[in-house]
Design a protein around this ligand. Structure first.
Ligand SMILES: CC(C)(COP(=O)(O)OP(=O)(O)OC[C@H]1O[C@@H](n2cnc3c(N)ncnc32)[C@H](O)[C@@H]1OP(=O)(O)O)[C@@H](O)C(=O)NCCC(=O)NCCS
Length: 161
């Protein structure tokens, strides 16, 4: 491994003990009121991580938490519940790494497809998902409330692996 790769972000599986870190990072990633995402605090992350089939990954830049993804797998379907990168760490492949970690975990749990919802106005997230092989399979009208008003959610699906 090259020195640059060794210094780059790495992705690690985390559990309920990391609920405070996950909540803080989630709040940072979704601080823009025009970006729609669930309003989850530390208790919400802890409750979700107690459910069977739920898994979380953190991306670490050095020792600093820089991104998170939360995944739920049930039978042969997985859902990305939330994903985000700290604003200062965006554009370095962390979102891509987190999606890869989630897809691998979903496959390992027996999922054959992965789903997620994204605001129709969230262009950076849609580019990330398109690059990762997701396709739009549905639309929920007026699903999100954002600073800019009601926004449709697109339902995206990707076959696994
Ligand atoms: C969507 C989000 C998770 C993407 O995270 P990210 O870590 O920036 O994702 P990546 O770095 O993998 O990709 C982002 C861009 O960086 C580019 N990039 C990736 N690795 C790179 C590298 N090593 N060097 C330069 N550019 C790179 C990608 O090509 C991509 O460019 P594009 O958006 O112009 O196509 C992030 O913008 C975010 O947290 N947004 C707010 C929360 C949110 O919207 N979450 C999703 C809700 S559904």
């Amino acid at each position: 491994m090259s020195p640059a790769a060794a210094d780059g972000p790495r992705t690690v599986a985390v559990g309920i003990a990391h609920a405070p870190v996950l909540a803080a990072l989630h709040a940072l990633a979704f601080a823009d009121p025009d970006i729609s995402g669930p309003a989850w605090d530390e208790d919400a992350f802890a409750r979700l991580l107690l459910l069977p089939g739920t898994a979380a990954f953190l991306a670490l830049a050095g020792e600093e938490p820089a991104g998170l993804v939360l995944l739920r797998t049930a039978a042969d379907e997985a859902e990305i519940l939330t994903i985000g990168t700290a604003p200062a760490a965006r554009g370095r492949g962390i979102g891509t790494d987190l999606l890869r970690a989630a897809a691998t975990a979903a496959c390992d749990s027996g999922a054959q497809a992965m789903f997620l919802e994204v605001a129709a106005t969230n262009a950076p997230a849609q580019r990330l998902y398109a690059r990762a092989g997701f396709e739009t399979v549905g639309r929920r009208r007026g699903y999100y409330h954002t600073g800019a008003g009601r926004v449709d959610a697109l339902v995206l699906r990707r076959a696994l692996p």
